[in-house]
Design a protein around this ligand. Structure first.
Ligand code: PMV
Length: 349
């Protein structure tokens, strides 16, 4: 029997709230988003599909301040500077354009990811910011509208608006900007019972050498493997939907692993190459192969960094986590499950 997709509680359409607080969780893609066809609108070349996690929520409060001349952004208690401040400011500018309001905002964001744990916080960060800012500026968006909006902060954030499994539609490739923008949003994916877990192996918590934005650009522009991967990713997505629909965790894992390795192959073939995988990554990959040989269904996926996320059954998660810990004793290993979509908190009324 198909399980109903986990619905996000849409924020109430209401008049400008002046302040709103939202919480969102990170997601990990099983079919990857890699490559933009429009950098300004953040429109991808391919559809992607992810699982939202139940760990490391980001909580963000947005308050309109009629007195302020600039947006004020605080990240974990420290004033945001540089690129982080610029990206949040550009995002708020977009929200202001749509709301017709000109007030600047005071933004307070708290990430619960342990410092440097190496889990991308841009997905949870921009999903929480989109939901809080949309409410504070009174945009009255439904979940689809929030997903489109979150996409403009960071592509993967479009998926964190939803809980469980979500697919992000690339949208019509040859449409004019407005239609293309409207067509690119995430939505929940129905799944049969899987009881999945993701064992997250943080093997290096340092900042990445090449940003995902730059790495995507270089891959699309120079990698001879990009086009074949994008084509095969379309097939992977269809296979993945079918596997999720019949609750076939082995197939879900196999498809996710081949899609991720293919994505990394496109980067390795870029000129100059982008290589996020480290010796410790390969050690974990070897251990995952051994787990499978020992009869434990476990499958690896990696994003724009050396850390590995291992998909397995929840019942096997402790065994998988122990095996990975033993393989990379200097790493940090934790177990995550499917988590909820982004939502408003009540405290601002
Ligand atoms: O949303 P961004 O710009 O942080 O890009 C995320 C890209 C990957 O994490 C590598 C893949 C994905 O689909 O999340």
């Amino acid at each position: 029997m198909l399980r109903e997709p986990q619905a996000t509680v849409p924020p109430l359409a209401r008049d400008t709230a002046t302040a709103a607080t939202a919480v969102a969780h990170p997601n990990i893609a099983l079919i990857k988003y890699w490559g933009k066809r429009d950098e300004r609108l953040i429109l991808p070349w391919t559809d992607s599909l992810s699982m939202t996690l139940d760990v490391f929520p980001t909580t963000t409060r947005v308050r309109l301040d009629p007195e302020a001349a600039h947006d004020e952004v605080t990240l974990n208690g420290e004033p945001a500077t540089g690129e982080a401040h610029r990206r949040v400011g550009a995002f708020l500018e977009l929200v202001r354009e749509r709301s017709g309001l000109s007030q600047r905002a005071v933004v307070d964001t708290r990430n619960t990811v342990p410092t440097g744990a190496g889990l991308a916080s841009s997905a949870s960060g921009f999903a929480a910011l989109a939901v809080a800012a949309a409410a504070a500026y009174g945009l009255g968006l439904d979940a689809t509208g929030l997903s489109r909006l979150a996409r403009r902060g960071s592509g993967s954030a479009s998926r964190s608006v939803f809980g469980g499994f979500a697919v992000w539609h690339a949208g019509p490739a040859d449409a004019a900007a407005t239609q293309a923008d409207l067509g690119s949003y995430a939505e929940p994916v129905p799944t049969a019972d899987l009881d999945p877990a993701l064992v997250v192996a943080v093997v290096n918590a340092g900042p990445k050498a090449v940003s995902s934005r730059e790495a995507m650009r270089r891959t699309v522009d120079t990698s001879p493997l990009y086009r074949p991967w994008a084509d095969s990713s379309r097939d992977d997505l269809a296979d993945m939907r079918a596997a999720l629909g019949r609750g076939d965790l082995e197939a879900v894992g196999e498809i996710a692993e081949r899609n991720a390795l293919g994505m990394h192959a496109t980067m390795l073939a870029a000129r100059p190459a982008v290589r996020y995988l480290s010796p410790a990554t390969v050690t974990v990959l070897d251990r995952v192969v051994r787990l499978r040989r020992d009869g434990v269904p476990a499958y690896a996926t990696m994003d724009a960094g050396p850390n590995v996320k291992v998909l397995c059954r929840r019942a096997d998660a402790a065994r998988v986590a122990d095996a990975v810990r033993e393989a990379v004793p200097d790493g940090t290993v934790l177990v995550a499950g499917p988590g909820p979509g982004a939502r408003l908190l009540n405290e601002d009324g």
